[in-house]
Design a protein around this ligand. Sequence first.
Ligand SMILES: [Zn+2]
Length: 295
Amino acid sequence: MIRNSLRVPQKLFSVHRRWLNRVMAFVAIALLTCTAITSAQAIPLGDLLFRGVQAGQLSNLSDQQEMQIGAQMHQNLLSQGVRLSSDSGLNRYVTGIGQRLVPFNRRARLPYNFFVVQDKNVNAFATMGGYVYVTTGLLSTADNEAQVASVIAHEMGHIEAKHLLGQMRQSMLAQGLASALLGERRKQLASIGVDLLVRRPLSRTDEYQADQVGLRTIRDANYATSAMPAFMRKLLRGSGGSPTILSTHPAVPDRLRALDNAIRSGPTNRCDQNDRLAACGLDEGAYQSAARQRV
Ligand SMILES: [Zn+2]
């Protein structure tokens, strides 16, 4: 029952537990393996590793450091078996959506990178430093470009709000690792990874925030905002869930309610006047030929 209750939110937008757990493990791996990254940085990573990781420092990493950890995590993801799509047209298409959103993200100075993961599961996730991933399963499930944009914007919301770094910091503090890690650092860092891997819960607060940032982003980029709740509802319908199961997932209806309210009461964009404009991203035929038939 508990396992069932976890299934629906897992499928909804991003980081969902399985991916999050993997990603968290990679964070620990990244911290253990990025000793070679020591160029000009506000907090030298060598210090982080060898003089000890100060939990508080994780919230003060420079963009450069965050990007380097993101890059290291990317390499670790690949070495752990995450397979990227080699379809250059598909990659270009997804990158095009992401780049249209970047100017409206509040960390637009990050060199955002968008990747298509060859995986039939419907998923997307973000690590840090501008690294965003969507699966071919997600691309084949979405009805239109605006839905894909809404997921990517949600993921960029996690990066904008530095959620992963925050979760690492919390995990370290929870284990009494606020101060320097000396001597036993590798063992302790590994234990953080294991802890995150097996029992770190998703943060509802982070999900709400990423939804709201994502909504703001697609609105500002002039995509149809209705696509965000529409895709969430589609995933719910397709999850095999019954009303009973849905009633055990309060976060999902609450997130949808929050989105609906924000759309109703928030600013509008030109798609609210005419959502048939090509830029609004609701044209299913166009999406079919641009992406869906390629996956
Ligand atoms: Zn998320």
